[in-house]
Write a protein that binds this ligand. Structure first.
Ligand SMILES: [Zn+2]
Ligand SMILES: [Zn+2]
Length: 141
């Protein structure tokens, strides 16, 4: 499925968020990035650095998380990563509980089958999941 900044902005507006230049740039930056980004990555990104400060970026991220447009990953504030939740684009992650390094799992997700079974059994629709596996990365062990 193709995603454009415009379609995500529409999702934000439907969720009651005000369209601002900073919001637009933030969504654009996250959409372009193929991996989750930290608050520092985002705030210092050339797209955003001149447009808004770190606190603004963080506030926007919080609003986007409240509306389930952005997912937060990781263990603690220092090593938190942010990524867009996009329909049809699903990713689970491995996270080092020592250094906070994050890695997308490069294997077909085994949980989708379980989701289908759950939907049949429970009558829940629009099921989704977010998986994070924690461990110690090769560099830290
Ligand atoms: Zn590590
Ligand atoms: Zn999964």
């Amino acid at each position: 499925m193709q995603h454009s900044t415009e379609s995500i902005i529409q999702r934000c507006r439907d969720a009651g968020l005000r369209r601002t230049k900073a919001l637009e740039l933030l969504l654009e930056t996250m959409l372009e990035s193929h991996s989750p980004m930290t608050l520092a990555d985002l705030a210092e990104h050339p797209n955003l650095a001149e447009q808004c400060d770190r606190a603004t970026v963080f506030r926007l991220l919080q609003r986007l998380m409240d509306k389930a447009i952005v997912r937060r990953l990781g263990l603690h504030e220092r090593a938190a990563y942010f990524t867009l939740l996009l329909e049809g684009r699903h990713q689970d992650f491995l996270i080092c509980s020592d250094c906070g390094k994050i890695e997308a799992i490069d294997a077909p997700c085994p949980v989708h089958k379980l989701e289908k079974e759950l939907a049949t059994k429970t009558g829940f629709t629009k099921l989704y999941h977010e998986l994070e596996f924690f461990g110690i990365c090769p560099k830290c062990s």
